[in-house]
Write a protein that binds this ligand. Structure first.
Ligand SMILES: Cc1cc2nc3c(=O)[nH]c(=O)nc-3n(C[C@H](O)[C@H](O)[C@H](O)COP(=O)(O)OP(=O)(O)OC[C@H]3O[C@@H](n4cnc5c(N)ncnc54)[C@H](O)[C@@H]3O)c2cc1C
Length: 452
């Protein structure tokens, strides 16, 4: 017999977990359905453990850099400390007891298993059927995409889920894909002594970003001993103890292979057809209130609005407001920030120059190098990068910005405010920027913007 509830949340990634908790706080009868771990990808296989790896890699690198500036050092990287911290402190050995308890204490009924929409307002999990009076929230997230490369299937290749759990680093690693996951992982492992080769089909790393990003990151990686093969397509894989990647430019070999070629939405088999949506869609289309269909809301990576935890959380607040019939502004994505946690760190908000041009905006850019700033110079090794501003000259505001710098994601905060609040460039020009900070380079980029 069907169980009557108010809301069923399918998938408890960061946004789904947040939505389920808030709806229960508001007094609704909420069922949260999760087929793996409460909290989703971010705390167990993505943001949190990978940033712990990055932090560790940065410490190793800084210990080497200390030799130039401060101390005699002998550095013996020890991956077991990283692996132990991820296993014990961050992921509780990939169990979700504390997260599940937090949720159920707020009144959410947690149901383990795969949720399927079996009719309007109806969700089935195993042999239980729930009728959701107010609605269904979809937050099923993404999984690693594995390209159909000859010979790859059936080999013990890694995805992001394996990388965060390895007890030791391999002697050598091939990274297929020069996107965010590929470059963050490559740099960390190289810093722990792995011989790393990145194979990227496009002309540069991080192809979605400003071209200056990929160009500089490529140089930094080469200097750190990472072999970057751009414009290189993998045509086949063989595994015989180690991996051989066949490419148009010859064979590459390594002990391990990381496949980091993107993600696909967890939508097949969800029953979208039962509510009039396309089963084979790449993303779920949503309106400004995150509504996907009558009585159905979708949030997180599956909406295609930015595959980031902060977007998932942002959307969950909007969906909750809509379900509770509370007023509030619709979703806006003009100032979505994103950070790639390499060294130097890459923070981006809004549009790149090309994206702005593609939208036919009257564009002007401003550029400055971090090493030309006082703070960049003081920093010494690692103190390089740039700030690039993208302005709409008609409105006199910034529509996008990229910061590649030590702490680039933190410096980005000021520019995210500027893009979000449409702060006039004239106002940014008359601001006082503390000396000698990295963010003071924003002023130099603004000067360049006016000069161009
Ligand atoms: C390596 C890596 C690093 C990342 N680093 C960052 C970062 O630094 N910062 C950042 O903002 N973002 C980062 N991301 C992205 C971030 O992890 C996601 O954007 C974030 O997890 C939000 O995803 P989500 O809410 O859509 O759902 P997810 O976190 O993907 O969770 C979806 C949940 O739904 C469950 N599920 C799926 N189908 C069903 C079903 N039918 N029934 C029940 N349960 C189901 C899944 O088991 C999963 O737990 C990273 C991603 C990767 C891969």
């Amino acid at each position: 017999m069907a169980e009557d509830v108010d809301v069923v949340v399918i998938g408890l990634g960061p946004g789904g977990e947040n939505a389920a908790g808030l709806l229960a706080d508001a007094g609704l009868r909420v069922v949260g359905v999760e087929s793996r771990l409460v909290g989703g990808e971010c705390p167990y296989w993505a943001c949190v453990p990978t940033k712990m790896m990055v932090r560790a890699g940065d410490l190793v690198r800084d210990a080497h850099r200390a030799r130039d500036l401060a101390a005699e050092t002998t550095v013996r990287p020890d991956w077991s400390r990283v692996a132990g911290r991820i296993r014990d402190d961050a992921t509780n050995d990939w169990t979700d007891g504390p997260a599940a308890d937090r949720l159920t204490k707020r009144g959410v009924t947690l149901v383990r298993g795969a949720g399927v929409i079996t009719g309007p307002g109806e969700v089935t999990v195993g042999d239980r059927v729930f009728r959701a009076g107010r609605g269904i929230v979809l937050n099923t997230g993404t999984s690693p995409s594995v390209p159909p490369i000859d010979g790859l299937d059936g080999t013990p290749y890694w995805t992001n889920r394996d990388v965060v759990a390895v007890p030791t680093v391999p002697a050598s690693l091939l990274v297929l894909g020069g996107g965010v996951v590929g470059v963050e992982t490559a740099q960390v492992f190289a810093r722990f002594g792995t011989r790393v080769t990145i194979v990227e089909g496009g002309p540069r790393l991080l192809s979605r970003e400003e071209p200056e990003v990929g160009d500089l990151l490529g140089q930094v990686f080469e200097r750190e001993g990472i072999d970057v093969r751009t414009n290189t397509r993998a045509t086949g894989v063989s595994h015989d103890g180690g991996f051989t990647l066949h490419t148009g430019d010859g064979d590459l070999t390594a002990e391990r292979l990381l496949v980091a070629t993107g993600r696909h939405s967890n939508l097949p088999g969800l029953g979208l057809g039962r509510i009039g949506l396309r089963e084979d869609a790449r993303f779920v289309d949503v309106d400004g209130a995150m509504r996907a269909a009558d009585g159905v809301w979708a949030i997180g990576d599956i909406t295609g609005k930015g595959a980031f935890t902060h977007v998932s959380m942002y959307q969950s607040e909007i969906a909750v407001r809509a379900i509770l019939d509370r007023p509030g502004p619709p979703a806006a994505y003009r100032a979505v920030p994103r950070v790639t946690f390499t060294d130097p760190e890459i923070g981006v908000v809004g549009l790149t120059e090309k994206e702005a041009e593609d939208q036919n905006l009257p564009v002007r850019t401003g550029f400055t190098r971090i090493q030309d700033s006082t703070r960049g110079w003081i920093q010494g090794p690692g103190g390089e990068g740039f700030i690039k501003l993208v302005a709409d000259t008609e409105w006199g505001i910034l529509v996008g910005a990229t910061v590649m710098s030590p702490m680039g994601g933190e410096i980005l905060g000021a520019l995210a405010v500027a893009v979000h609040a449409e702060v006039p460039i004239d106002t940014l020009r008359t601001m006082i920027y503390a000396y000698p900070t990295f963010h003071r380079a924003i002023e130099s980029a603004l000067t360049d913007l006016e000069a161009t």
